[in-house]
Design a protein around this ligand. Structure first.
Ligand SMILES: [Zn+2]
Ligand SMILES: [Zn+2]
Ligand SMILES: [Zn+2]
Length: 105
């Protein structure tokens, strides 16, 4: 059993997304496909289909275990240490993306 996803859904406080785009890609001028939100610190990073794979790199570097999709209409969560998915993970206000954010161009 994955306790990280339980802990994530039982949080008492939400996180503040770091921005409307992958933090590393925004800083370096990179591009992304889809965005993921770290539920430990609010880091927004790009998915594994993106060149930078910054959400996964963030999880490995920081040991923050759980992400939630930061795309509209995608309520799923994922735990890195246990490679566990949940179809719907409760979101605090602001944690669910209102729309898809494209890289600046
Ligand atoms: Zn877990
Ligand atoms: Zn990125
Ligand atoms: Zn984090």
């Amino acid at each position: 059993m994955c306790t990280h996803l339980d802990d994530a859904s039982n949080r008492e406080h939400g996180v503040h997304p770091s921005g409307h785009g992958c933090a590393e890609c925004l800083a370096a001028g990179g591009v992304w496909v889809h965005l993921r939100l770290c539920l430990t610190c609010g880091h927004v990073g790009c998915c594994d289909n993106s060149p930078g794979k910054h959400a996964t790199k963030h999880a490995h570097t920081t040991k923050h275990p759980v992400i939630r999709s930061y795309e509209p209409g995608e309520p799923w969560g994922y735990c890195y240490p246990d490679d566990a998915f949940v179809d719907e993970l409760r979101a605090f206000p602001g944690e669910a993306a209102a729309r898809h954010y494209d890289p600046p161009r």
